[in-house]
Design a protein around this ligand. Structure first.
Ligand SMILES: [Zn+2]
Length: 386
């Protein structure tokens, strides 16, 4: 049985979806104002691996990704290009889809521009206000976190830790750590009319509405970068609990570590961003996959192109194995395949799984047989096309 590390409980747990054999996955998607970098790619590759492991076990996956187009960076890009936020979002969403395709990621079956959900966001904020867990102050709407049970649980913060944060500063906030839901006071280039006043729906609430409208009151996996734990996922969980009247609307919170470059976070200002489209063009998706999966998804990955080159020998071994497939699998290799699958069941331990794949390829090279079905099955789990 698959075990996944759940950030909520800080432990590996047996994974059982709400609905038998049907797994609903929500991934915090990109803000659509730039191209996909390797950090994003690692996130989507991780959940693609998860989907492939689940599919291999006979479970269907339903993966939803939100595309954040209500965001100051998108608005700024629109202004720089004398364009609209919609045109900017469409352009970069299309580039994102093309990057997913070139990475051989086909597990994402639902995409949602958050701007298509403004009415739902508004309706859900009104519900929170009616439930007296949210309030308005000087035109803005906030979630009153003093009314939220277990707030801080997912980011493992005490009430005192939380009180040290100064979020979404504005007049009339009841608690400094209260979460903004709707912003009417800051000056943006684009805004939406609403009963709450003309403004913009705030980030955390955008994702809550997208997930709620697509998946209903619960879903199985919430994914994204580890840096989203607080305040984004803490706020999302609180909002979801209150709107769904459920203490545990999400089965597993699964977070991916950062991709670094020489110990630094990738950023355009440091000039160390690695774009997916460039990497794929130079190395192909197989090497990118082998490289990303050579690190456990929860660990940070200090990336250099040398890491990609080092995977070339494994790819060559896989290609050699492809040329030697037969119609049956030797018992020793059947046992290794079992070990490989078990390592993936252990919180997607892909580094160990790849080591076992290498042992399988070496065993074939030295005369042991592998069937086409078994070989294809392994390649398919890693998304390797040879
Ligand atoms: Zn999100």
């Amino acid at each position: 049985m698959l075990k996944l590390f759940n950030s909520f409980s800080s432990s590996k747990e047996d994974f059982t979806p709400f609905e038998k054999n049907h797994v609903k996955i929500f991934i915090c998607g990109p803000t659509v104002y730039d191209f996909t970098h390797l950090g994003h790619a690692r996130i989507f590759l991780t959940y693609d691996l998860l989907s492939r492991v689940l599919n291999d076990q006979g479970l269907a996956t339903d993966t939803l990704v939100n595309l954040t187009d209500i965001n100051q960076n998108v608005f700024n890009k629109a202004r720089e290009n004398s364009s609209t936020y919609i045109e900017i979002a469409k352009f970069y969403a299309s580039a994102f889809l093309s990057d997913l395709d070139s990475l051989n990621i086909h597990s994402v079956n639902r995409l949602a521009f958050v701007s298509d959900y403004v009415q739902h966001i508004e309706k859900e904020i009104m519900t929170l206000i009616q439930k007296q867990v949210a309030y308005t102050a000087h035109g803005n709407a906030y979630l009153d976190i003093s009314k939220v049970k277990n707030y801080g649980k997912i980011s493992h913060q005490t009430r005192q830790d939380l009180s040290l944060h100064r979020l979404d500063i504005g007049p009339g906030k009841k608690n400094p750590e209260d979460i903004m839901l709707w912003n009417c006071t800051d000056d943006f280039d684009f805004s939406w009319k609403s009963e709450l006043g003309e403004g913009i729906p705030w980030w955390h609430m955008q994702d809550t509405a997208v997930a709620m409208e697509n998946f209903g009151k619960n879903y199985d996996v919430h994914g994204g970068a580890r840096e989203l734990l607080y305040p984004h996922h803490e706020a999302h969980l609180a909002q979801y609990q209150l709107l769904s009247d459920s203490e545990m609307p999400v089965k597993a919170w699964v977070h991916v570590g950062l991709v670094l470059s020489q110990g630094e976070k990738m950023s355009k200002s440091l000039g160390n961003v690695v774009w997916v489209k460039d990497l794929i063009k130079k190395y192909g998706h197989n090497l990118v996959r082998l490289c990303i999966f050579s690190k456990h998804y929860r660990d940070d990955f200090d990336f250099s192109e040398n890491d990609l080159l080092m995977k070339k020998s494994l790819l060559d071994l896989i290609l050699l194995t492809r040329s030697q497939i037969s119609n049956m699998t030797h018992d020793d290799i059947t046992n290794l395949i079992q070990e490989l699958l078990e390592s993936l069941n252990d919180d997607l331990n892909s580094p160990v799984a790849l080591e076992i794949l290498e042992r399988i390829c070496i065993a074939v090279k030295t005369g042991k047989s592998i069937s086409k079905n078994d070989f294809d099955r392994i390649c398919n789990i890693f998304g390797i096309k040879v």
